[in-house]
Design a binder for this molecule. Structure first.
Ligand code: AQP
Length: 330
């Protein structure tokens, strides 16, 4: 019987934050237990907006170390770098022919990012097709991701279905897996803006490598709402609701548990407890990260093993795509 296939990607585009933990790292560690998992450091995605060439390699190793530090087992899951497996860029060209230009133009992330850039690259526009290739090449069943990627995952499903209906059953149509809470962690200073590596107030972005005192300060100064009641109501209380969700992400408790524990207690105590819970979560992760990160040769070795497995798994799908589309193969 075929094992369930899991695939997800993360960009080496800056310092990983607690939002990435919520939608990414913790879901990767959990889903690797469920089947054959592939986790990809999507460096080709990181060049869609202005990037610093000197930082790309370092950022790639940073993310590799963070993946292993947060619990990815290299003997169980395949961790690799996107640009090491050329099938991804090849498949992107093939799938571009079944991706709708109009649908790509409706992608919220494209609209938001292009509004901020002085130079809008064609790659920023076609990025979701590369993401579809990443996922579809591995015959993926489930994609653990944050809520911000929901629209791109729907596009991936549309692309797969269109390919299959034009060229015969070739691609597996994947499902997105989203966290029950913390699917979209917001910036602590701007509760209407998603916490992000490259955007939003730095003082409202909790980094995976922040020292405890920085985390405490960021939580203490987090924007809250009128009143003093710890209640989850994203419409009326976006600030406190975000902190409640963060608490559930780092402790595993439900929203109801958190609300009843803080019934009658007020924002001050709650914020300081959220900070403590985050510090407790990150305390074992940070030294593991630093140990792994100081040995780039070992990280490159693990990534080479991953790339070899990824090449072997993706090549047959690419071949089937070429054949289905009628190419004369060598
Ligand atoms: N705020 C968030 N809440 C929950 N999940 C999030 N993710 C990102 N931000 C949040 C999830 O993390 C995984 C890896 O993200 P990514 O680096 O590939 O993509 P991104 O969405 O572009 O992340 P950033 O941090 O916002 O980066 P920049 O600023 O470079 O665009 C994905 O599963 C994502 O959903």
């Amino acid at each position: 019987m075929r094992l369930m296939r899991i695939f997800s990607g993360i960009q080496p585009s800056g310092d990983a934050h607690i939002g990435n933990y919520s939608g990414g790292f913790r879901q990767y560690a959990a889903t690797q237990e469920q089947g054959e998992a592939f986790f990809c450091i999507v460096d080709l995605h990181a060049i869609t907006i202005d990037h610093d060439p000197a930082a790309l390699q370092e950022g790639t190793l940073d993310i590799a170390a963070m993946l292993f530090a947060t619990g990815i087992d290299p003997d169980r899951a395949t961790v690799f770098v996107q640009s090491h497996v050329t099938a991804h860029t090849e498949a992107t060209w093939l799938l571009s022919s079944v991706a709708s230009h109009g649908q790509l133009g409706r992608m919220t992330q494209f609209k938001e990012k292009s509004a901020e850039e002085s130079f809008i690259s064609a790659a920023l526009f076609t990025y979701p097709v590369l993401m579809a290739s990443d996922i579809l090449l591995y015959r993926t069943d489930i994609v653990p991701i944050g809520d911000d990627q929901r629209q791109h995952l729907e596009l991936t499903r549309d692309i797969a279905q269109r390919f299959n209906s034009r060229y015969g059953e070739t691609l597996v149509v994947p499902k997105g897996v989203y966290p029950e809470t913390g699917g979209r962690v917001m910036n602590l200073q701007e509760p209407a803006v998603k916490m992000s590596k490259s955007r939003g107030a730095e003082s409202g972005t909790v980094l995976m490598l922040d020292p405890p005192e920085t985390i405490r300060k960021k939580l203490k100064t987090a924007v809250t709402d009128s009143g003093n009641e710890v209640r989850h109501d994203p419409e009326e209380k976006p600030g406190i609701s975000n902190l409640i969700e963060l608490m559930t992400v780092v402790t595993g408790d439900s929203i109801k548990d958190v609300e009843s524990r803080y019934d009658g207690k007020g924002y001050g105590d709650f914020k300081s407890d959220v900070a403590d819970a985050i510090v407790e979560l990150l305390t074992p992760i940070q030294p593991r990260y630093h140990e792994l990160r100081q040995d780039p040769a070992e990280l490159f070795r693990l990534l080479a093993v991953g790339a070899e497995k990824a090449r072997a798994e993706s090549e047959p799908t690419l071949t089937k795509m070429y054949e289905g589309m009628g190419f004369a193969r060598p």
